[in-house]
Each structure stands twice: as C-alpha cells, then as structure tokens.
Design a protein around this ligand. Structure first.
Ligand code: NAP
Length: 264
C-alpha cells in the first residue's frame, strides 16, 4: 500500500448493503495500523469538487468506528448514507477495488480500559452505533474479563437489524462458543412490530426497569459498566437517566461506570 505520514492508501475489498441507506464495507489494513476495540478511524475520500469547508487538499475526512476485530487483517465499517452528504454519498458509490485513505492514528475513548473491575458490560447502541460493540465483542479479553455481556441494538425497522446473524453466531462459534452463554442480546425495533423485539425506546425500557427485568440482570454500581453509542439524543438521554441513578461517567484518569460516543 502506498503511504504518507498522515494516512495510508487502502483498497475497498467488500461492500455489503443492508438497506437502501445502510451498508458495511471492508478495506485492506496497513500492517502498522493499531487500534483498541471501540475506537474509530478517520477515513478520507478524494472529492476534488467538494466545498472548501468540507475538504482539505481535495480530500474529505470522516470518523468511522471500526467494526472489525483488532486481530483481523482487514478493517470493517458500518455506515448510513446521509442524503447529500459530501462523504457518505461519495462513499456509498465506492466499489470493490476503489481506494480509500485511512489516517494512521486511531481515536476515541469508547474502550473497556476506561473502566475498573466491572462484572457486567452493557453495550447500548442505536443504528450504526453498533459498530464499536462488534469490535469489542470480537476481543477475547472482553469475554474473559466480564461475567455477562449485554448488547442492546435499537433500530427503526427490522431491515436495519444489521449483523443479527453475526451476533447470534457467537453461540456455536469455534472461537467464541465456550463464552457465548455470557451474551444477552436485546433487539429494539421502534417503528414496526417484530416478534421477540422490544418496541419502546431504550430510554423508556431503562427507566421502567423492563429491560433489566426481561434480560434477567440488574444495573448495579459495583457490577455494571455501561457503554452508549449512536444517536446523540439517545446518548444524552440515557446518560442523564443513568447518572441520575448514580452511575458516573469515566473521565481521563478517573474510571467510572459509563463511557459514551456520539455518532454525528
Ligand atoms: P435514529 O433516528 O438514530 O434511530 C435509531 C434508533 O434510535 C431508533 O430505534 C430510534 O427510535 C432510537 N432513538 C432515537 N432517538 C432516541 C432517543 N433520544 N432515546 C432513545 N432512543 C432513540 O436512526 P438512524 O437510521 O440510525 O439515523 C437517522 C439519521 O441520522 C440517518 O438517516 C442519518 O441522516 C443520520 N445519521 C448520521 C450519521 C453521520 O455520521 N452523519 C450517522 C448515523 C445517522 P425512534 O424510532 O423512536 O426514533
């Protein structure tokens, strides 16, 4: 792969559409690229016609959480198409074999090393905010470190329940199967009825206690470590709800119970 100090030039190796506006894609990965599961990469696409405010040197950059495992040879990302967005509308047209720029540095603090000694890891995602949790779930340390892993995926429609098969596939997997009993997976589909899925927003399910009751596990200051990722309003509303219940946000050098990442 070609190089510069700031980024490496990679190739798109796979594009997987989930719906008209939701897709995943894989890229090659520079051998020197390092990240901690839960972190995001900065991706660049060449956009010579983009507005100057959007682009630098004819390249538009955006942050994308990494969905693939730290040990994978490729990088995987999960994206929406933002209507008229300079980046995603261009990105969604990219095909296998096209180039993409990946900044050499990885970013973000939605990582389990923000926490001290918890026993239950709660991962609450809306939409493409699922991506960092997929990476975290492919980290063997996570499965070894925690007694219970709770993944909540909230989307509007059933078709947006991306990666459901992969999540269910931990059970019976050659590598993760021995740990899979630790995972509790709750789907929330808010805008149409889906059998076995919740219909209410995660915030309502949290405040009513229904989520805990249904999953058979309680949020607890000593045991629970909670990560929120996705819609900024969901992150803010859930953060408030949880801090009102005494959970503290992790800060640099001061581990707490909560780690959050807004998605746009
Ligand atoms: P979304 O509106 O974020 O909804 C996803 C899920 O989150 C739904 O179940 C929704 O429930 C729930 N939700 C929304 N607000 C919530 C809140 N305050 N508390 C609890 N739950 C909440 O839908 P999306 O399809 O993922 O994204 C919507 C649009 O956001 C996209 O079409 C795109 O334009 C933009 N977006 C931009 C970026 C970016 O990087 N620029 C990334 C992702 C999305 P309800 O059905 O009840 O609302």
């Amino acid at each position: 792969m070609s190089t510069s100090d700031k980024y490496s030039l990679e190739t798109i190796t796979e594009v997987r559409p989930w719906t008209d506006s939701l897709f995943s894609f894989r890229t090659t990965r520079d051998r020197g690229y390092r990240f901690v599961p839960g972190q995001f990469a900065r991706l660049g696409v060449r956009a010579p016609d983009a507005a100057a405010s959007e682009s630098k040197d004819g390249i538009v950059w955006r942050a994308y959480s990494i969905a693939s495992a730290a040990h994978d040879e490729h990088l995987e990302f999960f994206s929406v198409v933002v209507p008229n967005g300079a980046f995603t509308s261009r990105l969604s047209k990219l095909r296998e074999g096209d180039e993409i720029l990946v900044e050499r540095k990885s970013y973000g603090f939605l990582t389990t090393d923000r926490f001290e000694a918890g026993r239950d890891l709660w991962m609450l995602a809306t939409g493409t905010g699922l991506a960092p949790f997929l990476s975290i779930l492919h980290d063997f340390d996570t499965w070894e470190q925690y007694e219970n892993l709770i993944l909540v995926q909230s989307v509007r429609t059933q078709a947006e329940l991306a990666y459901e098969d992969l999540i269910r596939g931990f059970e019976g997997s050659e590598y993760y199967g021995e740990y899979a009993h630790k995972l509790r997976y709750a789907r929330i589909v808010t805008r149409e009825p889906v059998e076995g899925a919740f219909r209410d927003r995660v915030t309502k399910l949290l405040s009513s206690g229904v989520l805990e009751e249904n999953l058979g596990i309680r949020l607890d200051h000593d045991r629970s470590r909670i990560m929120l990722c996705g819609n900024p309003e969901m992150v803010e509303d859930s953060r408030k709800l949880l801090t009102d219940r005494g959970f503290r946000l992790s800060r640099r050098g001061e581990p707490g119970h909560l780690a959050v990442e807004n998605y746009w």
